[in-house]
Design a protein around this ligand. Sequence first.
Ligand code: ZN
Ligand code: ZN
Length: 453
Amino acid sequence: MLDLIVKNGTIVSPAASHRGHVLIDDGKVLEIQTRDDLPPAERVIDATGLHVLPGLIDPHVHFRVPGLGYKEDFETGSRAAAAGGITTVIDMPNVVPPTATVEAFHAKAQHVRGGAYVDYGFYAVLISGNSDQILPLADAGVVGYKIFLGETVGNIPAPEDGEIIDAWRIMAQTGLRCGVHAEDNGIILYLRKKLQNQGRRDPLAHLESRPAVAEAEAISRAILFAREAESKLMIYHMSSAEGVELVRRGKASGVDVMAETGPHYLLLEGEDMVRRQLGSLMKISPPVRSREHADALWRGLLDGTIEVLGTDHSPHTREEKLADAPMGDIWKAMAGWPGVETAVPLMLTQVSAGLLSLNHYVKVQAEGAARAWGLWPRKGHLGRGADGDVTIVDLRREGTIDQETLHSKSKVTPFHGFRVTGMPVYTIVRGHVVMERGRVSGRPIGELQRPVA
Ligand code: ZN
Ligand code: ZN
């Protein structure tokens, strides 16, 4: 008796789509079968008319624990992920204490254990003075490292440039990758002060204080350092045309640089802060820019320069987002909003509109992150021996994004009211159904994922 069969669906990989059945046993994919003589199973899901995708991955979430649990915790965050069709998340290290030591890594793992509805991996953070932790953190099981080149929640300063190169030389021995929040702090801090001295507090002042050149400066520096250290690099949440061009050139020159962008940079425009009066609700760093930048990111996504989609799920309270007065003092609002639950329907809507094939979507929302962060081939595809992670989607199902119904602790998103065509209908983690037709069910069976040896 098998544990689970998903039958009659259209099974989608980056290369092809075909009708078939996914046989899952003991948490693993036993077989993808096209013949209709199915063995008996504990549970059978009929996916007739639906598309069966490898479990989708969000490699960029801030679930805020330990230390900032009033914004989000792993239970609420992972429920949001399950509801949104995500089977694995990778969580950021800017928590309290930051995931900068083996001790902090184990404390975080202990804190989260037994409370997650989807599988999860952890990043560690590289800060000044923790390079002795790089190899032990790899042994402990981090999937990669992060450096905050620009200021962020928790105010974790980056190491000095020379120290970054040294740290990446050590990291290169592990085979793991470092991602960077790529914004140059010098440019940002100078401009913010200048704008503040001019009395600017309006939403667009946030954009002006973090121009594309600040991202481009940080990306080019990071690519130079990765070349020098012969290490692997990820540019997180890339937001600019200049960034796309730098990553394209970096790849062409032989540097192992990958890039991530998110639905907000593809689907929103900076002007929406004023035009739609979204103001602080739309404050995020790096900021959402003009249509021209979004167009360049789309081109980068379609030509393979951008290989990963991540949401930068960054929940805050209503007060922290100035949700009751979004056109108030932009400097006082926190940056970011919850994204893990809305990404899949938003992107499926782009698939429905013909902007991206479903095959390509699977590549950037499953395979890309799994390969980047050492989880391939256990995660990121539907093949024999892989984890039985499946996201079943209904491309015809329509809906409206309603922030009040989000599972996150934070109920603030600039996508509130967006119409979507295409929604996840089942989320399956290692053979466990954790979401069924929008309802999160079952127990928190998520497990910590270490890189595949
Ligand atoms: Zn960031
Ligand atoms: Zn982030």
